[in-house]
Design a protein around this ligand. Structure first.
Ligand code: B12
Length: 277
């Protein structure tokens, strides 16, 4: 049993591995560590749990946590380089870009939100994690470039006051991967900007609004009404954590609700005749 908090060199010595091996465990989210006094620190109980898991493996290898937890640990630690290493390792192991977004980043961010709500982590950690998530999306975005002929353009954003914009960027990339062009207006978008973008976009196929916090439903309704009054001839689709169901969408003056990305893609496929081959 180890005691207290160890430096990374002490942890490496206890594990009988080189410092760089222990550093790699940290960077890949396998060994939980935090930064203090200019170096990495490993709580003794974390090291003991890591050792126990390693001993339980028949090969003597380390039983790794799910990718989403490994990513979450790097986001919470404020370790941008480590977060990217986890993403790269997951992709090397066969996870697709959609998988990174839907099975890693989404659950990691949701869990961070729950940990903030329960008082386990400070709001500053959530802000820092959001910054790193934004940078990850920036890097992943280059892998979501649509190839071939465009299937049409979706104008997308979050209404005035709604600052949860990470999700808009994620959805935009996922739609691009499915062959659609996206005009991403981001968070906190005025109704007039939705209308301006929609009325000047060639080959518009739909307008989509994301609402995460119920406080912004009124602004969403206002934007949907403005889009309806503009007579675009394309559906206005709402989605996000604050949207309950189809009836709720209609109360907000939208044409329909999509509860997830695959539902949104099916809706678009329906509008433009089937999935892309
Ligand atoms: C990051 C974050 C922030 C960041 C946002 C940074 C940014 N640039 O986006 C900051 C720190 C700014 C923030 C602020 C606030 N936040 Co916040 N935040 C979060 C957090 C941790 C993650 C959000 C996220 O990015 N999730 C990842 C995305 C990819 O997942 P998703 O939203 O679930 O989206 C998926 C689906 O819903 C769907 N989807 C979403 N939109 C759409 C749209 C369409 C058309 C379709 C088809 C699908 C779809 O697709 C996605 C992929 O599957 C959440 C926790 C959570 N449960 O999500 C809290 C959370 C959403 N925040 C919350 C709160 C309370 C706030 C604040 C009010 C806090 C405060 N007092 O200041 C403010 C509000 C700011 C504002 N005016 O909007 C609460 C909301 C509670 C509630 N009642 O709903 C949450 C749930 C945290 C919690 N557990 O309490 N937040």
């Amino acid at each position: 049993m180890s005691e207290g908090v160890l430096t990374l060199q002490e942890a490496a010595d206890e594990l009988g591995v080189h410092y760089m091996t222990a550093y790699r465990y940290v960077r890949l989210g396998q060994l939980e560590a935090y930064k203090a006094g200019g170096g990495w620190r490993v709580p003794a109980e974390v090291l003991d749990a890591f050792r126990r898991h390693r001993a339980e493996q028949p090969t003597g290898g380390h039983k790794t946590a799910p990718w989403s937890e490994r990513l979450e640990s790097r986001l919470v630690a404020g370790d941008a380089a480590g977060a990217w290493s986890v993403v790269e390792a997951a992709m090397t192991a066969g996870t697709s870009v959609s998988g990174v977004y839907l099975e890693m980043l989404t659950p990691a961010m949701r869990s961070i939100g729950s940990r903030w709500e329960s008082g386990e982590i400070d709001i500053s950690i959530e802000h820092r994690a959001s910054g790193i998530a934004t940078r990850l999306i920036g890097r992943l975005g280059s892998r979501c470039v649509r190839r071939g002929r465009s299937r049409g353009t979706v104008v997308m954003g979050a209404p005035v006051g709604e600052r949860h914009g990470i999700v808009v960027a994620v959805l935009a990339d996922l739609l691009r991967l499915a062959g659609w062009d996206v005009s991403d207006l981001g968070a906190d978008t005025p109704s007039s900007s939705f209308v301006a973008a929609a009325t000047t976009t060639d080959d518009l196929v739909a307008v989509a609004l994301s609402v995460t916090h119920p406080e912004h439903l009124e602004a969403c309704a206002e934007a949907c009404a403005a889009l309806r009054d503009a007579g675009l001839g394309v559906p206005v689709i709402v989605g996000g954590q604050a949207i309950r169901d189809e009836q709720h969408a209609q109360e907000l003056h939208a044409d329909t609700a999509a509860c997830g990305v695959s539902e949104m893609i099916s809706l678009l496929d329906g509008l433009r005749g089937g999935a892309e081959h």
